[in-house]
Design a protein around this ligand. Structure first.
Ligand code: ACO
Length: 332
């Protein structure tokens, strides 16, 4: 029986820091409003002509490969999670494959929004467990500041989301006590329209026209309070599911890395599960919600800061648009 381990983790964020104060130049908002409701102090915005979703993913991937001591040519598959691909189609996986110079290997895009990275890890883990591949690059990368309106009209969402990328290299191991212990993924499409970006989509009552753009129909929409309600239920549920599946308890968690949705959600989960501050890692204060990139970006920073040691039990969990949610338990 094969298992997969995280051999290396990396991240990349654009240079441009956008503080809450800067946002007040573009919309009616305040540092106090944003911090009180989300915990976010600043985020990164991509640099036009410099950063692309696939390019940022390549930078994060190169760091992950370097940390793993693995050469690019050893990668046998790419699994790429994003809700903001370079193009509507084809997906960003093939673009990353092109940048890395790996023609022929499979590149799969995952469209599970904030739970995209957990789904991507779960898919990659199955390919490794089955013995199909030994080394898989799993990436989450987002440029969301380009699909939201940095204005009064878009302020309910655009203050929350940011740009960034994170990547892990998954590698086959025969040590059953190390690496990914299990992954757990779920979905409930009942709530698909509660957090969504309709365009460019094919489900329209009428053909796309300029009036729709003028009315702001090109912007994502979010029922924030409903998302909050479901997130605080699903996160603890799916974390407990992972612990139960491995006969472990919350006391065994060395570090929980929740998807960086909103600091208030993370704090609620921490309280609900009775976790100490040192058992939870958050960096949303610096980057905002980077959707599919948020978990590998947090994992990479936690690793660099020395918060992850060999033998630690790491729990990653996410909830997002779909609704979709999931968890992954890793023995480092
Ligand atoms: N700055 C200032 N005021 C704002 C802003 C802003 N950026 N955005 C909205 N407002 C105003 C609203 O217009 C409203 O004004 P009104 O009272 O005059 O009508 C007021 O603030 C309150 O708006 P609400 O939407 O009720 O604000 P709420 O307190 O619910 O906070 C928030 C919104 C932060 C989104 C909250 O609902 C929440 O935390 N939801 C969880 C969802 C979330 O975190 N989503 C992001 C992640 S999605 C994911 O990763 C799963």
């Amino acid at each position: 029986m094969f298992h997969s381990k995280i051999a290396g983790v990396g991240h990349y964020v654009p240079d441009r820091v956008v503080t809450n104060q800067e946002l007040t130049n573009y919309m009616e908002t305040s540092d106090a409003w944003i911090q009180e409701r989300t915990g976010i102090k600043e985020r990164r915005f991509f640099e036009e002509g410099v950063d692309t979703v696939s390019g940022m993913a390549a930078n994060a991937s190169k760091m992950a490969l370097e940390k793993a001591g693995i050469e690019i040519k050893e990668i046998e598959m790419i699994v790429f999670a994003t809700l903001s691909p370079d193009y509507a189609f084809p997906g960003s996986g093939v673009l990353l494959q092109r940048i890395l110079g790996l023609p022929g290997i499979p590149a799969l895009d995952i469209r599970q929004q904030c739970a995209g990275f957990i789904y991507a890890v779960s898919v990659a883990d199955q390919f490794i467990k089955s013995g199909t591949y030994k080394t898989i690059l799993v990436v989450g990368s987002e440029i969301q500041s380009n699909i939201m309106e940095i204005s009064d009209r878009g302020r309910n969402m655009s203050v929350i989301f940011g740009d960034g990328a994170g990547a892990v290299v998954l590698q086959q191991t025969s040590d059953p006590d190390k690496g990914i212990l299990s992954t757990h993924i779920h979905a409930d499409g009942t709530f698909a329209e509660e957090l969504m970006l309709e365009h460019p989509g094919s489900k329209r009552k009428e053909r796309f026209n300029n009036e729709m753009a003028a009315k702001g129909e090109l912007l994502p929409v979010m029922n924030g309070q409903l998302v909050f309600k479901h997130a605080v239920q699903r996160f603890p549920e799916v974390i407990k599911e992972a612990l139960d599946a491995n006969r472990l308890s919350t006391a065994d968690i060395d570090l929980l890395i929740p998807h960086q949705a909103n600091l208030r959600i993370a704090e609620y989960i921490q309280k609900n599960l009775g976790l100490r501050d040192d058992q939870v890692f958050n960096n949303i204060q610096k980057y905002g919600n980077t959707t599919a990139a948020s978990i590998p970006l947090a994992l990479s920073e936690a690793f660099i800061e020395g918060r992850i040691k060999e033998g630690d039990l790491i729990c990653m969990a996410a909830f997002g648009s779909g609704f979709v949610w999931g968890s992954a338990l890793v023995r480092w």
